[in-house]
Design a protein around this ligand. Structure first.
Ligand code: ZN
Length: 269
């Protein structure tokens, strides 16, 4: 049934009673009490696709672990729309893979940077010191991206509230947690920058004459700074893209009503 735009806006301001009211995931129409084998009266999409049971959770949400985290990361990057279709917002499911994404990324990046030390046996005396410094840097980067993701999650929440979408704090946190895979790209771009720096220093030995060394330093600055900021931009763009898709796809996402919740709330007003 087609409605005038102002009617749709009015209908969207008060249609659901709580986070568990069954809505059409495409248009937000209240589907409570309708035949689940039918279609949404507003947009014609099958109701079956909006049932909370179709949100099984991303692989990591289903079974947390390194393997499922990699599967989730690949799915989120390769087919974000599919990841957002199955993403679960149930409170019982493990919610956000943010912490393991950051942890594994930081550990992998430190390991990749440290790898270079093993190629030079005489540098092993500095190994402990370098490892300590890298660990401190890793913890700082982990914390910075964790805080950044919290800020972005609240930004998503503010946008959702502004547009009157049914994305609560929890949903925004889950979306941002998956979008955080973008920070892995930042980390690996930095590692690529580190090895570019090493390669330049390897190709231009330090015993070269002074003006060649100055040229080398300039070249390192020319390469490293764009890699550093480029990595942040790359990660932010991936994060923003997945978050944007997530907000749009999950603006009326349904979730299973907990058993201790008031069942009367599911009835259509
Ligand atoms: Zn609909």
């Amino acid at each position: 049934m087609a409605q005038a735009p102002y009617c749709s806006l009015m209908a969207r301001s008060t249609p659901w009673k709580d986070q568990y009211t069954l809505l059409c995931e495409k248009c937000g129409y209240v589907l409570e009490g309708l035949d689940q084998a039918g279609v949404c009266p507003e947009c014609g999409v099958p109701i079956e696709g909006s049932l909370p049971g179709s949100r099984l959770g991303t692989p990591y949400q289903q079974k947390p672990g390194l393997r499922s985290l990699l599967q989730t990361a690949w799915l989120t990057i390769h087919n974000p729309k599919r990841a957002l279709e199955i993403m679960s917002f149930d409170r019982s499911a493990p919610r956000s893979p943010l912490s393991p994404i950051l942890t594994y990324t930081v550990v992998a990046c430190i390991a990749l940077v440290m790898l270079e030390m093993f190629s030079k046996p005489n540098s092993m005396t500095n190994f402990a010191l370098f490892f300590g410094i890298m660990t401190i840097i890793g913890v700082l980067i982990w914390s910075a991206f964790f805080i950044l993701t919290i800020i972005f999650a609240y930004l998503l929440l503010a946008i959702a509230r502004l547009l009157r979408w049914r994305c609560d704090t929890e949903a925004c946190w889950v979306i941002a947690g998956h979008a955080a895979i973008g920070w892995s790209f930042t980390g690996f771009a930095w590692v690529a920058g580190w090895y570019t720096d090493r390669l330049i220093q390897y190709l231009v030995p330090t015993q070269s004459d002074w003006h060649l060394r100055i040229q080398t330093m300039t070249l390192i600055d020319t390469v490293i700074l764009p890699v550093f900021f480029g990595g942040i931009v790359l990660g932010s763009l991936i994060f923003a893209y997945i978050s944007y898709l997530g907000l749009r796809r999950c603006k009326y996402a349904n979730r299973l009503r907990p058993e201790n919740s008031d069942p009367g709330a599911t009835t259509r007003p």
